[in-house]
Design a protein around this ligand. Structure first.
Ligand SMILES: NC(=O)c1ccc[n+]([C@@H]2O[C@H](COP(=O)([O-])OP(=O)(O)OC[C@H]3O[C@@H](n4cnc5c(N)ncnc54)[C@H](O)[C@@H]3O)[C@@H](O)[C@H]2O)c1
Length: 368
């Protein structure tokens, strides 16, 4: 059996989430390849050492360069703050490593162009972590869209909303600074919203965006305050190339929510709704049915699933979407074929987010 050696760069929330994937994929899918946790690095070496000891990585490294000098690395798995993604991608491409990269892939059009211009981009397997695509309700929704069950798409609502920036006393983190995050909530949550929307309903023609920052300063953790130069919420009117018009929202100012991702698409022949807080179901409305109202279709752990474990009737969790996303990537590496969504797909979403920032700044509709 092939062995795929992976190195995780950045070991915070996503470093752990991806490691959960590497460790559980053999249980979920019984793959015909082995996974080797080859190396890990974080901002400080002690943190990387702790991850090595606790989770069984072969090496703890000081940085990506040290990892790339190791003889046996197949995959660079990028889980660092946004502003470090492009540099890591370029170095991994220089070294012809396969790349699994968190969203948002890049920070701004110049970085996007640099990655797209790299001569090795199509010579390795790449994937952007758009994990929500991998939940069964999303897969069934995609199938319904491909079957054109909704007819001509007329309108939509897509949002990802959280409460995390409501409290003005919450200290500033890398996510609240343009220097480290590249953007605000639009990059952070808007990336998921625009990926899901365009994957299901088609490419964007134009955007008109207003962003909101609730508090101009936040505690800096040293007794003072630091300026916030990123958005806490973003609201867009989006026109798709197929003529449909709708609303896209990304917010961390939504009191009473958790990680609420919600997509609703309306067409001439029907409609569908996915609510990821209620992820075991897809809601489908058939305008030609003899009854009225949405039908709640159970998706649990079915649809596009190749997992023998657990039996699909068991309810679904968020981590499973991440594991399934990673499994798609690892299978593509093992089978030496392209993965989806690729880095190019991630960079397409990036171009929409950057058009949204331009629209908010210039207060006008921007065409893509
Ligand atoms: N797909 C999803 O569901 C999802 C969810 C959350 C975050 N994300 C994305 O994942 C990425 C990481 O977010 P997070 O929530 O894990 O952040 P985090 O702050 O929890 O972790 C970031 C990690 O990067 C490390 N780091 C910082 N600078 C580094 C450097 N120079 N070299 C190596 N490591 C360094 C830190 O030590 C830390 O371990 C972001 O791009 C974010 O947008 C994706």
């Amino acid at each position: 059996m092939k062995t795929l050696s992976t190195a995780v760069i950045g070991f915070g929330f996503m470093g752990k989430t991806h490691t959960y994937g590497y460790k559980t994929i053999p249980l979920f899918y019984e793959p015909d390849f082995n996974i080797r946790l080859a190396a890990v690095c974080a901002r400080n070496y002690e943190h990387a050492l702790a991850a090595k000891e606790r989770y069984g990585f072969a090496h703890a490294a000081h940085n990506l360069d040290e990892i790339l000098a190791l003889p046996d690395i197949d995959i660079i798995d990028i889980c660092t703050p946004n502003s470090m993604h492009t540099q890591a991608i370029l170095k991994a491409l220089d070294a012809k490593k396969h790349i699994y990269c968190e969203k948002p892939v890049a920070c701004g059009p110049a970085e996007t162009r640099l990655i797209l211009a790299h001569s090795h981009l199509n010579e390795v397997v790449t994937q952007t972590v758009f994990n929500n695509r991998f939940l069964p309700a999303a897969k069934l929704a995609k199938q319904f869209m491909q079957e054109e069950r909704l007819g001509r798409i007329l309108s939509f609502r897509a949002r990802m909303i959280m409460p995390s920036n409501i409290n003005p006393s919450t200290p500033i983190r890398w996510r609240n600074t343009r220097q480290q995050a590249g953007g605000g909530v639009l990059y952070d949550l808007g990336a998921h919203v625009m990926d899901m929307l365009t994957w299901l309903a088609g490419p964007v023609q134009s955007v008109y965006t207003k962003n909101q920052t609730a508090y101009a300063k936040r505690p800096d953790g040293k007794g003072g305050f630091a300026p916030v130069d990123t958005d806490d919420a973003s609201y867009s009117v989006v026109t798709l190339a197929n003529g449909a018009v709708g609303i896209a929202e990304a917010s961390k100012l939504a009191t009473g929510t958790n990680t609420d991702l919600y997509i609703e698409i309306h067409g001439t022949k029907g409609a569908l709704k996915i609510d990821f807080m209620d992820a075991n179901w897809l809601y489908y409305y058939d305008a030609n049915a003899p009854y009225k109202g949405y039908t709640r279709l159970e998706t649990v752990q079915n649809y596009g699933g190749v997992s023998p474990f657990p039996p699909p009737r068991h309810p679904l969790g968020w981590l499973r979407g991440h594991a399934d996303s990673l499994y798609e990537f690892l299978r593509a590496v093992a089978e030496d074929r392209p993965a989806q969504p690729s880095l190019q797909d991630g960079l397409y979403v990036q171009s929409i987010l950057d058009a949204m920032y331009q629209s908010a700044q210039e207060n006008k509709e921007i065409s893509l």
